[in-house]
Design a protein around this ligand. Sequence first.
Ligand SMILES: Nc1nc2c(ncn2[C@@H]2O[C@H](COP(=O)(O)OP(=O)(O)OP(=O)(O)O)[C@@H](O)[C@H]2O)c(=O)[nH]1
Ligand SMILES: [Mg+2]
Length: 313
Amino acid sequence: MHGGCAIHVDRDGLVVGIGGVGSRLAAEAARTLRLECVVVSADESDRVPGHRFIHIKCGAPANPSVHHIRGAAQPALKDLESVSNGFDTVLLVANLAGRTGAALAPMVSGAFAGRHLASFVVMPFGYEEDRLFQAGIALARIRKDSHSTVILDNDSILECNPDLSVDSCYEAGNGALAGIMGSLGRATLAGDCVVSAGPESRDVDKSMRDSIKMLYGTAPPHSVKHSVLYMSGSVPVGVVESVSRLTRGITDAPVAVVTGASSRSGVVLVSATDALAKFEGYDPLSVIPGDRTLDWEEPERSVNADLGLYQLE
Ligand SMILES: Nc1nc2c(ncn2[C@@H]2O[C@H](COP(=O)(O)OP(=O)(O)OP(=O)(O)O)[C@@H](O)[C@H]2O)c(=O)[nH]1
Ligand SMILES: [Mg+2]
């Protein structure tokens, strides 16, 4: 992570969407920000009409593993590098709960590590136990390569709103991320940030309480350095005033308010924090620093040896 350097988005920004959720959110953000967008995926059905698509050809397996996708990714990464020539700022969007997202996002972040890179990632639900480890190690690499990493934790949404259906959870999370990405440039994001948002609600006070509850479920109060509060444009000025006053009673950290962030009703908080112990815990070996780890340089992958044999993993 490159500490306090903020991301500015201007005309030479490129949005890179990876996998299913990544491609949909990337296309939406690119539309709002009027930027170019490219989608990278192992799954042809993630193609978004009107945008460039880079296909990772994995061969035989219908459900390729994370390692298999990485093994087949080299030609696609070369294509992505040539597409991204001339772009100073890259916005990377991926769902690390997905195989494609967890496989490719750290490779792509590594390829863009020298530029202004802002990454937006979704983390798995706690019950997706088979996804936690890969998501955890992918996140560690992405954080290291990015100026800013904005994390939406599906698990925290569900934990704070146990009555929500999984689909409503997606809706709340995707709406929040889309609003944040669409407002880039109107607020300063730097370092590691967590997104907290409850379900859509016209009751701004309740929505604010939901967001604070989710924030403190992920990051303890003392770890929050500053927050950006996103509200929809239709909220009356008086309410914006009173909610921003309310935050002063709840958190000592500075809060910037951005209005008109989305058509979504309710409040979304994005908070810079240095406490991401929850996600570090997904990989029990994460306590070992990268420079003391023999295989840190390259993310683990299968070797694509073209032996014409089915790969069993
Ligand atoms: N926040 C959010 N999470 C989702 C959504 N749809 C699916 N998920 C979660 O993400 C996982 C897979 O999402 P995809 O985006 O399809 O993943 P992928 O990167 O395409 O990777 P594959 O596993 O190869 O499909 C699921 O197991 C869900 O946990 C969504 O709309 N929003
Ligand atoms: Mg998918």
